[in-house]
Design a protein around this ligand. Structure first.
Ligand code: NAD
Length: 470
């Protein structure tokens, strides 16, 4: 009997229904494929293989590893459309706009950037015949644990720099979006030596076992603040170094006298990118009294006109919530806002005619701090717009959150710049929100975690610092 070789990327990663985990299409709820269900024994085997493969991977040196990563980036590019369609179906984001095609293309860009970023030894001290240099070598095995909102892109951010630095990687995607990450790993593995990168598909227990495993030297974690705390506890076992990219409740401040129409589109996408399911999207908007009504009206106009539909529909620019859990969180927070007397300007309801987890883009006005929609991360298409009259008060409220991932200030660039300096956050954008650049470090402070990703800082974060003094 002959077995047929898989013809598509999705075929290559899905397993037979028996024993596999059914993965729903985010828009329809229908099964789109089955993911493997790996066990702790599979995890142990993957880590053993990663440890065995690591010395020879490290011995290839930066140049050779970068060359392999560039070939892997070409492979992602060659299959970007297939990868994008898996992401659009599994996670739900539309193919177009800042959606699934952007995510698949971004994965190639970030792999190439990890390969191309120079990292020279730093001379720390040189005088009187003594010279101290700081070098970065590999740490060993990296455990990469990722969330469901930008599954392929975030896994890339964890995997690519780790590999470039000579580490080997065991990657655990979210149980909601394993196929997007397994597809990415399949493409990378067409160029990597055996054992260097393994995907382990499982739930939170497998994630916990990976994070605290004796064979892991570094954990790259992106997910909620609650899980981040568990990861920190787990690291007491293996003393693994941690990069924690945790939740955000990003504030935006619109300054007095700002032209609402001029900022409306950037503001809208700063809030609604990936239908609001983005760590560093704008999640609470403080608007000065003088421009409040105009900003609310402009946002409402865009929300009402934005096409909402399935990820695979070429016309969609907003999609469903990715899963029922997140749909319930958003529905509950909007209901709480309504019960407190906030004004639902547009949206405020599900769109069941489109599928089980669609929620209309929602602008909530006349709401105050204290409502869950303001105080907690909604991670969905509903934004609270809070009125303020004193800029000092807006800054204090922006800084009052436990989370501090991103923030933005909108208005006159010079005024905004002064305020940016006073905001407690990993990144502050001016007249934009959430834009990322593979060469510019990204990371949170306070409850949004610690450590940096991207560029030279990102490479150092997955490297072992070593001082050589002669
Ligand atoms: P989550 O914390 O529930 O899950 C993230 C991953 O951790 C999943 O793979 C999950 O299986 C695994 N996991 C769960 N419990 C674990 C444990 N005890 N030990 C180890 N692993 C465990 O988060 P989520 O719901 O998938 O993602 C949404 C959250 O992620 C939001 O809060 C969002 O803001 C945040 N996020 C942050 C960034 C960032 O860069 N800061 C980026 C994207 C998402």
């Amino acid at each position: 009997m002959t077995t047929q070789a898989p013809t598509t990327l999705l075929d290559a990663i899905t397993v037979a229904p028996e024993g596999g985990r059914p993965i729903p299409d985010a828009a329809t709820g229908e099964t789109m494929g089955h993911a493997p269900v790996h066990t702790v024994a599979d995890l142990d085997a993957a880590i053993t293989a990663a440890r065995a493969a690591q010395p020879s991977w490290a011995a290839l040196g930066h140049e050779k590893r970068s060359e392999i990563l560039r070939r892997a980036a070409d492979e992602i590019e060659a299959h970007a459309e297939e990868l994008a369609r898996i992401v659009a179906q599994e996670q739900g984001k539309p193919l177009n706009g800042m959606g699934a095609r952007f995510e698949a293309g971004g994965a190639a860009v970030w792999v190439r950037s990890a390969a191309d970023t120079p990292l020279e030894p730093e001379v720390l001290f040189e005088a009187e015949g003594t010279r101290s240099e700081l070098h970065y070598g590999p740490l060993g095995v990296v455990g990469a644990i990722s969330p469901w909102n930008w599954p392929a892109l975030i896994a890339t951010w964890q995997i690519a720099p780790s590999l470039r630095m000579g580490n080997t990687v065991v990657a655990k995607p979210s149980e909601y979006t394993p196929l997007s990450v397994l597809a990415l790993i399949e493409l990378l593995n067409r160029h990597l030596p055996e054992g260097v990168l393994t995907g382990i598909s499982g739930d939170r227990e497998i994630g916990a076992a990976l994070a605290s495993h004796d064979g892991v030297d570094k954990v790259m974690f992106t997910g909620s603040t609650k899980t981040g705390r568990e990861i920190v506890k787990g690291s007491a076992n293996n003393l693994a170094r941690l990069t924690l990219e945790l939740g955000g409740n990003d504030p935006g401040i619109v300054l007095p006298g700002t032209d609402a129409a001029a900022i409306a589109e950037n503001l809208f996408w700063g809030i609604f990118i990936n239908t609001g399911q983005t760590c560093a999207s704008l999640k609470r908007l403080y608007v000065h009294d003088s421009v409040y009504d105009d900003v609310v009206a402009e946002l409402a106009k865009l929300a009402e006109s934005m096409p909402l539909g399935a990820g695979l529909d070429e016309d969609s620019l907003l999609g469903p919530l990715s899963n029922k859990q997140q749909f319930d969180i958003v529905s509950r927070m909007v209901a709480d806002a309504r019960a407190r007397g906030a004004r639902i300007v547009v949206g405020g309801e599900a769109a069941p005619e489109l599928g089980p987890h669609f929620y209309r883009p929602t602008i909530v006005a006349d709401i105050e701090d204290g409502a869950t929609l303001v105080d907690e991360e909604q991670f969905g298409p509903a934004v609270p717009v809070i009125r303020y009259s004193d800029v000092e008060d807006a800054i204090a409220r922006a800084n009052s959150s436990e989370q501090a991932l991103g923030a933005s200030v909108w208005g006159d660039p010079d005024e905004a710049r002064k305020i940016a300096e006073r905001i407690e956050s990993g990144t502050v954008w001016i007249n934009q929100h959430g834009t990322l650049n593979p060469l510019v470090p990204f990371g949170g402070i306070k409850g949004s975690g610690y450590g940096l990703e991207f560029g030279e800082h990102g490479l150092k974060a997955v490297g072992a610092p070593k001082v050589i003094t002669t």
